[in-house]
Design a protein around this ligand. Structure first.
Ligand SMILES: CCCCCCCC/C=C\CCCCCCCC(=O)N[C@@H](Cc1c[nH]c2ccccc12)C(=O)O
Ligand code: ZN
Ligand code: ZN
Length: 508
């Protein structure tokens, strides 16, 4: 009898606790604050819209057809890069004949345009793109990667998403303003690196030195980066534009094992290949810590929870209860896994000289993209702990720390948010940029650095970046031009944007 009473009491207590949790979850879900600043949809009048006519389309197609491939810092198609310089000058005659626009060359191939505004009291900003592209294996593409083939509503080609669309988008926008007699009020720069895909150490680094040697700082910088993600963020009923407020660091390690070589007929147990393979499998099977809920993605979720389907809203609004479950869910897909941890990619493995020789050495390269909550030193220490084999030696081939996290209450963020919203009319949220950009060289020039390309992409299209069949929707390229057009205009009225943010619903 006594036992039954105790069990009944325990059951009632558990039901009470469950009830309290359910009520707490419901209250949190329905009262979750909406961090999405509201804008009246700023109607884009015809005069404010740049149509993608045949001339502009051909400008872009010709740029794609110029194979500005870089494979290493000293191995670029420099002839093609100079061809692209010429094509840019031919495509934008007003820019290149203007007396208030200066074109500056760095390291023979990197370009910086300075557009002097009429009001020198407004702090300058910078738009960043790059001229070079990664190689493409033509045999694996549906079309020639440098043909700029137009089909099925797309323009196919290496560089259509990374990142000649922003290069020509910003230039078309400025040329259009000049053609309308609109001299910009606010001074801004457009930087175009020639070696972004191989570190930017010759190009963007020289541009950074130019600014720092003159004591010039920038109010904000907009570089390539995150995108308008369509069907990528779990639970989102609409696409969501992600502004990279920080970028991951990068560490490329070379792991090697050396043993005494010998005849394959008399192997001494473990070989260099076997020892290194085991070490690499350990790295691959032991991912770095899952930081879900502790990094910029927490801010991202606060911005978009209320735009999610109800089941996802219940989960995302209650990370206190469902955090561990969501952390595991984010880890399942490469795109979302990349924003919650330091990633480990085994990218090269070289060993052996002949089938009947025990190889003296085996070498492997691992590329880590480092989460902002870790450092290069942390990652190296953890790798060594995972491998736990002193025979495996490690050399740092290149390393960059994660960037600082830029604020979301800056003029620059507001300008990007508004410009994105005007063109795409989708929720906009801050996020961690999962790759690297030339902006890593500009962190001393501005604390407001944002990594965003106005690319409207689903998971399949995203795979084209550095992959096969890179392609941009024709409509998305037109949106890209108009994104930069509105960014330039919004940058000249940013004070209004602040009041709009501060007061909620506003006509701008
Ligand atoms: C919850 C949100 C879901 C997440 C969605 C993910 C969306 C992904 C968005 C964008 C990813 C595409 C990235 C495109 C730009 C990539 C720029 C780039 O390729 N950078 C290179 C830079 C680089 C190359 N070699 C070196 C050597 C040394 C330093 C840098 C570089 C790169 O990152 O590899
Ligand atoms: Zn790239
Ligand atoms: Zn790029």
């Amino acid at each position: 009898m006594k036992t039954r009473k105790i069990l009944s009491l325990i059951l009632k207590s558990l039901l009470l606790i469950l009830g309290v949790i359910i009520v707490a979850v419901i209250i949190r879900t329905v009262t979750f604050p909406d961090a999405q600043p509201y804008f009246e949809k700023c109607k884009v009048s015809d005069s404010d819209f740049i149509p993608l006519n045949d001339v502009r389309l051909q400008h872009f197609r010709t740029a794609i057809q110029i194979p500005t491939v870089c494979t290493s810092i000293d191995n670029c198609n420099f002839t093609a890069i100079l061809q692209l310089h010429d094509h840019i000058q031919e495509s934008f005659p007003l820019i290149h004949s203007s007396n208030f626009i200066q074109r500056i060359l760095f390291a023979n191939y990197t370009l910086l345009y300075r557009v002097e505004g009429t009001n020198s009291t407004l702090p300058p900003y910078m738009l960043v793109s790059h001229l070079d592209v990664v190689p493409a294996k033509a045999a694996e593409w549906q079309v020639d990667p440098f043909s700029a083939t137009v089909k099925e509503g797309y323009i196919f080609g290496r560089g259509t998403l990374d990142v000649k669309q922003t290069l020509f988008g910003m230039m078309e926008a400025l040329e259009f303003r000049l053609a309308k007699g609109q001299r910009p009020i606010r001074t801004f720069y457009m930087a175009m690196g020639h070696d972004e895909e191989v570190s930017g150490l010759r190009g963007a680094k020289a541009v950074a030195n130019y600014f720092s040697s003159r004591g010039i700082t920038l109010d904000f910088i907009s570089d390539e980066g995150m995108v308008v993600a369509d069907g990528i963020l779990p639970g989102m009923q609409t696409p969501v534009a992600l502004i990279g407020i920080a970028e991951k660091g990068m560490a490329t390690f070379e792991f090697s094992v050396s043993v005494t070589p010998g005849h394959a007929s008399m192997p001494a147990g473990e070989t260099s290949i076997g020892i290194l393979s085991k070490a690499m499998v350990s790295l691959e099977q032991n991912p770095h810590e899952n930081f879900f809920g502790k990094g910029p993605e927490r801010l991202l979720l606060e911005y978009v929870v209320n735009k999610m389907t109800l089941p996802h809203r219940v989960l995302m609004a209650n990370l206190w209860l469902f955090g561990p479950l969501i952390a595991r869910a984010f880890a399942l897909k490469p795109n979302t896994n990349a924003i919650i941890r330091t990633t480990t990619a085994l990218t090269m493995f070289n060993a052996g000289v002949k089938w009947n020789v025990i190889s003296s050495t085996a070498k492997a390269v691992v590329n880590h993209r480092i989460h902002p909550l870790q450092s290069v030193a942390d990652v190296l220490k953890i790798d060594k702990k995972i491998i736990q084999d002193d025979r495996v030696k490690v050399k740092i081939l290149s390393a960059y720390e994660p960037s600082p996290i830029s604020p979301t209450d800056s003029d620059g963020y507001r300008i990007l948010h508004q410009s994105i919203y005007q063109i795409f009319e989708v929720p906009v949220a801050p996020a961690l940029f999962i790759a690297s950009s030339d902006s890593k060289h500009f962190v001393k020039l501005s604390k407001n650095i944002y990594r965003f390309a106005p690319s409207f992409l689903n998971s399949a299209e995203l795979k084209g970046i550095h992959g096969n069949n890179e392609k941009i929707k024709i409509k998305n390229y037109e949106q890209t031009i108009n994104f930069y057009y509105h960014l330039m205009i919004n940058a000249e009225k940013s004070a209004n944007l602040k009041s709009a943010f501060d007061k909620g619903h506003q006509d701008l």
